[in-house]
Ligand binder design. Structure first.
Ligand SMILES: [Zn+2]
Length: 329
């Protein structure tokens, strides 16, 4: 029992738990101690201290203090035993807070990395509003771990979310990063390498989420479905706001259900690559969607193109609009 308790507290450090509960704090002194407003009593001046190394809290306002279990007992009004059960459940821990912090950190990196901005230009992205809208960021590699641990996140949590590898290095290295949201919650990060020698696509472990930006388009009677986020990005820039992205040609069951949740027309705009795999995938998907009563149109880009390269090589909104009109039903 005692040993399990220690393990539980190690797996879920008090500070990580508090941050998951949206407790905001600032470091004091050497950075092992943090102070913020007390979650246990009403106050306007921060008097709730957490020592991240000792894994303990103390509030100078209400005089309460102790470890994680004690905090749960007090904040959730549970017995010791109930608190343990509650924490075991919580420990399928919600990585939301640390992902949000990571995405915000990456968004601030653009000005320091001209090579990343050059890459955006090559991919036809030139609208600053787009970076804002999609919360796009840049992961230089080698600085995220330091930033997050300085903010009080444990190395163990960073490893569990997959942001840091077992050797302790940042996993996203020289990648353009798109946060993936589902129902307003950040559930994953997609990183596109800007160097040719690395695998181009990378996600964190776990679900990639539903269709990209689905909340914005789900009411639309016509939806453009693309494979990649840079396809999505250039369409957004060209004014096509009824687009969504499946992050690959293979839809998850959840993504498929989303497309079928309402009568609509789906414009399948997959790559027209030499080996025909994009178009084969589009045809197979069209077949499955029609079986669910969804209208489909297959958009035929010029040979060798995806929506991104189409716009990069001079295609414009008017031309893309004609492609939509000519799409095969
Ligand atoms: Zn207090």
């Amino acid at each position: 029992m005692g040993e399990d308790l220690e393990k539980l507290k190690q797996r879920l450090p008090l500070l990580d738990y508090l941050r998951q509960q949206s407790w905001s704090a600032r470091p004091v002194g050497q950075g092992t101690e943090f102070v913020g407003l007390c979650p246990l009593h009403a106050e306007t001046r921060p008097s709730f201290y957490v020592n991240a190394r000792k894994n303990l809290f103390y509030c100078h306002g209400c005089g309460q203090g102790g470890d994680l279990i004690r905090f749960v007992e007090l904040s959730q009004h549970l017995s010791f035993r109930q608190s343990l059960a509650y924490l075991e459940q919580q420990n399928a821990a919600d990585p939301g807070a640390v992902l949000e912090e990571t995405a915000a950190f990456y968004q601030r990196q653009w000005p320091h990395y001209p090579e990343a901005l050059r890459y955006l230009q090559q991919r036809g992205v030139h609208d600053a509003a787009l970076l804002q809208e999609l919360h796009m960021g840049y992961a230089p590699g080698g600085s995220l771990r330091r930033h997050l641990t300085a903010r009080g996140y444990s190395l163990d949590l960073l490893r569990r979310t997959g942001l840091v590898n077992p050797q302790g290095h940042d996993v996203f290295y020289r990648r353009v990063v798109f946060p993936c949201y589902q129902n307003g919650r950040l559930v994953n990060l997609y990183g596109r390498s800007i160097v040719a020698s690395a695998p181009p696509h990378r996600f964190l472990p776990g679900a990639k989420g539903g269709l990209y930006a689905w909340e914005q388009v789900r009411q639309s009677p016509e939806v453009i479905l693309v494979e990649g986020l840079f396809d999505y990005a250039v369409l957004w820039q060209a004014g096509f706001r009824q687009a969504t992205c499946s992050l690959g040609t293979h839809l998850t069951p959840g993504q498929f259900r989303q497309l079928c949740d309402h009568p609509r027309t789906v414009y399948l705009t997959f790559d027209v690559d030499a080996n025909g795999s994009g178009q084969q995938a589009a045809q197979a998907l069209a077949h499955r969607l029609r079986a669910q009563g969804i209208s489909t149109r297959r958009v035929l880009l010029p040979s060798g193109h995806d929506p991104n390269s189409f716009f990069v090589q001079g295609g414009d909104a008017r031309q893309f609009h004609s492609l939509l009109e000519e799409a095969l039903s």
